[in-house]
Write a new protein. Structure first.
Length: 199
């Protein structure tokens, strides 16, 4: 049965952060973990994953936003699954990034993570007509990053594929032509042959 994880939004008086030396707490607040918590973890839309769970049967799910956050951290830090689970259990910076303020607050068996990944995979196979749930989540995160950074996607460099692929706007041939024209324009006139004229 699906249950949303929003407990991290309430501050627990007896958490590890409150007992921490103020200098370490300040350092933690200025680390990547605080940015990850604010701009990634808090932006994960758990409602996208409701179809993976029964609406009226079974015990409540392990928090989806923690699983998604863990998989992102795994790739960000290039951890193996084994290293990731150890870091989750014993690294307070990882806990902080995932909205946990006390080590060991949310334990799960390794099998639970693999079952979640299996559910995602099987759902995408059973419902190919619907968008991939992880891809939908990445789209939402990308929209948030664009907004937070104050970027515009109306214009982009021709070699930029980080925000929006220009190949989607025009065919590959069109893209190749545009790159060639820009390259020729960038050449000093002394290096251009007479037939390389660009209007």
């Amino acid at each position: 049965m699906f249950r949303k994880n929003d407990g991290h939004l309430q501050n627990n008086l007896f958490n590890s952060l409150n007992g921490m030396d103020s200098r370490l707490a300040r350092k933690l607040q200025n680390s990547w973990a605080a940015l990850f918590y604010e701009h990634v973890f808090c932006q994960i839309d758990e409602s996208l994953f409701v179809p993976l769970y029964s609406s009226d049967n079974g015990r409540p799910n392990f928090p989806v936003n923690i699983f998604i956050g863990l998989d992102l951290i795994k790739h960000l830090k290039e951890f193996t699954d084994e290293a990731l689970l150890d870091e989750y259990a014993f690294n307070y910076q990882i806990s902080f990034a995932l909205g946990l303020r006390t080590l060991g607050e949310h334990y799960f068996a390794t099998r639970t993570l693999y079952e979640f990944r299996s559910r995602l995979y099987n759902y995408s196979l059973e419902h190919p007509d619907r968008a991939d749930l992880i891809f939908k989540q990445f789209e939402k995160l990308t929209d948030h990053f664009i907004k937070a950074a104050g970027l515009s996607t109306n214009e982009g460099r021709m070699d930029s594929t980080q925000i929006m692929s220009n190949i989607k706007l025009g065919g590959r041939l069109s893209l190749a032509y545009d790159v060639l024209v820009c390259g020729v324009k960038a050449l000093p006139e002394t290096l251009r042959y007479r037939w390389l004229t660009v209007s």
